[in-house]
Design a binder for this molecule. Sequence first.
Ligand SMILES: CC(=O)N[C@H]1[C@@H](OP(=O)(O)OP(=O)(O)OC[C@H]2O[C@@H](n3ccc(=O)[nH]c3=O)[C@H](O)[C@@H]2O)O[C@H](CO)[C@@H](O)[C@@H]1O
Ligand SMILES: C=C(OP(=O)(O)O)C(=O)O
Length: 437
Amino acid sequence: MAIFQIEGGRSLKGEISPQGAKNEALQVLCAVLLTPQEVRIDNIPDIRDVNKLMGILKNLGVKINKIEKGSYTFKSDELDIDYLTSDLFKQEGSGLRGSIMIVGPLLARFGKGYIPRPGGDKIGRRRLDTHFEGFIKLGATFNYNKEERFYGVEAPNGLIGKYMLLEEASVTGTANIIMAAVLAKGTTTIYNAACEPYIQQLCKMLNAMGAKISGIGSNLLYIDGVKELYGCAHRVLPDMIEIGSWIGLAAMTQSEITIKNVSWDNLGLIPTTFRKLGITLERKGDDIYIPAHTNGYEVQSFIDGSIMNISDSPWPGFTPDLLSIVLVVATQARGSVLIHQKMFESRLFFVDKLIDMGAKIILCDPHRATIIGHDFKSTLKATTMSSPDIRAGVSLLIAALSAKGTSVIHNIEQIDRGYENIEERLQAIGAKIKRVE
Ligand SMILES: CC(=O)N[C@H]1[C@@H](OP(=O)(O)OP(=O)(O)OC[C@H]2O[C@@H](n3ccc(=O)[nH]c3=O)[C@H](O)[C@@H]2O)O[C@H](CO)[C@@H](O)[C@@H]1O
Ligand SMILES: C=C(OP(=O)(O)O)C(=O)O
């Protein structure tokens, strides 16, 4: 198992370009199953989760052709649906969260879709009810084999459009239902739909394939079913979670960094939230310029003077995937902040590692942590740690880069799930980080 060895306490400098968005890539890759025609996708990140999903598509019979780095064509004209009931699929399908989104397109096009209980981060309960309740509303029958933890939906006579009010604005759930509804008979209305840029991008791609989706960007989507979909070309947006990670890295290591081509208009509350911690971000064209915070950064307070509170909520609220990064950055801020992780119940436990490194954190309960910033008067101490999930992993990496001395991070496969070639990109801006196999 590979580890990262990090010599921290140095400031970095330079430009970094974000990779394509992991969570969008996982959605649009599943959408290629909706048409027998060729689909081209650009800016696909070369990361573990995406490569695993491409492996599943390949085993399903999708013809995948690499044009150049990040650019591929896909053709789903001769699929081997029997693969879905094979032992190989039961093993491969459970390796990541995003694989669940093959079910909607397969159900829509072939009248059946199966999936083993999907993997992804162990950050709390991750139920799939929204997905299957949606498919059932569209007329599918549902089966769950408890022993094998294997889910199945079938609709041999096709799906029929319906009105549905989702119990929660699930990101992958909304994507899955949209991909089922585009080929259903009649109109589907999805209220309380998730509307992250990932979903907006998926809808735009599906419309380019001939789908009729309106309400894009809102939580009320109308989908007029069509008989068939066609090929198209689609480009994945830059990864907003990676962009937020680099903002945190710059502040915490007091480095001057420019993040290139970030697609500002799709960042929602991300810049505002880092500014609440006192971090200066400048918009330069479509880049983010972060000056070296040599005098630190001061947490703002609310108008009534009460303590700053940063929490997650479905889009356009602040994404839960950046709360771990905000938390680590807060450990060196001037002032205190309450982090409230509302969605996931096990995502804050990694703070024990930061406490070991000398951070002042009170874990109030599984969802809330109070951070009392050091204002760089005391640096974190280097240590050996293990990455519990993808975002905690990167937060620990940022902590290690700011800490004096050599730190070691184990279980870096978690980081590789979502960050492309991270050590080389960080080395290019001056980080001392080494992968040891
Ligand atoms: C592959 C992928 O795209 N993964 C993302 C996707 O996961 P995923 O689609 O699996 O996450 P969901 O949006 O379904 O839900 C995430 C968690 O939030 C809870 N919840 C969700 C909506 C809501 O209105 N109320 C609520 O409490 C759910 O119960 C669940 O525990 O969205 C999550 C939430 O942005 C992100 O953390 C993941 O990175
Ligand atoms: C939680 C995440 O991913 P996944 O849903 O794939 O586990 C994430 O990207 O932060």
